[in-house]
Design a protein around this ligand. Sequence first.
Ligand SMILES: NC(=O)c1ccc[n+]([C@@H]2O[C@H](COP(=O)([O-])OP(=O)(O)OC[C@H]3O[C@@H](n4cnc5c(N)ncnc54)[C@H](O)[C@@H]3O)[C@@H](O)[C@H]2O)c1
Length: 315
Amino acid sequence: MQKPILILGACGQIGTELTVELRKKHGSDNVVASDIREGSESLVNSGPFELLDATNYEAIEDVVMHYEIDEVYLMAAMLSATAEKFPMRAWNLNMGSLFNVLNLAKERKISKIFWPSSIAVFGPNTPKESTPQNTVMEPSTVYGISKQSGERWCEYYFRKFGVDVRSVRYPGLISWKTMPGGGTTDYAVEIYHEAIKKQSYECFLSEDTKLPMMYMDDAIRATISLMESPLDSVKVRSSYNLGSMSFTPAEVAQSIKEHIPDFEISYAPDFRQEIANSWPSSIDDSSARNEWGWRPKFDLNSTTAEMLANLDKTK
Ligand SMILES: NC(=O)c1ccc[n+]([C@@H]2O[C@H](COP(=O)([O-])OP(=O)(O)OC[C@H]3O[C@@H](n4cnc5c(N)ncnc54)[C@H](O)[C@@H]3O)[C@@H](O)[C@H]2O)c1
């Protein structure tokens, strides 16, 4: 029997789909969604929902005790582009919320944590192609600095206190159900919405900016699969590299043109270009593949087909 799960930041791009999937798997009553704001009606009404600030330890502890929560998925964070505008708020949210769940586990009030890291932990001195699991990091963004620090703390809590915390470095995530929350790879979602709405898109990254990306279904599958893996198969306790595809804005535009021949793209790079330039182009995820059997299913063409078909249905 699955013991109850709590998702913090459940109304965001990943949390919305993770909540649906975990509720399908474990039953709605066993998955408590929470966020600092109310999300879509379907999420709030499909099972228990709590308004909860992930930076408030006592408030989380109350919910954990009330529902007898065993596992926490921490999805609340400030993302890369927004974090450059509000550095201290980003640091306080990203680190404060992580310490809260790590300390709950240290005190044995919960027994397992999922906390996502990001390709933003890498920086301009990292090898760009096939970026290895262990390599030079030196992130140059507020967000990347918070994620790298988070990784170090996760490993420390595992080693010192036996906290079972698991993590992946998500690449840019592409999904159609919820809009992204202020990241540098948001263009790869917006472009599909604009393609359906007005057959054109002005991209905030240059045409040849190649970044690692992943379709949301793969990301959710990876997350749940890592959480279900036997304890001793999870060897990396900072965060696992996780890869599936890499592409440039010009390549997404071309794959959209195969469905919408009149689609046009133009380029007006802004401050997010500098962030993107500091990140890898592709990821070596052999540790995740070898240790807990990670395999992606979606490539660029299948992602484009899914995105356009689903957005067309909901327009
Ligand atoms: N989406 C991506 O492409 C991507 C890539 C790499 C890593 N990640 C990581 O995955 C996690 C989830 O990302 P996402 O894309 O779903 O983000 P998002 O911005 O879409 O969602 C974050 C959610 O957290 C909530 N939140 C903000 N402050 C809160 C607080 N104090 N208490 C409770 N909730 C709060 C927001 O209301 C929002 O619903 C983050 O840690 C992010 O860094 C995401």
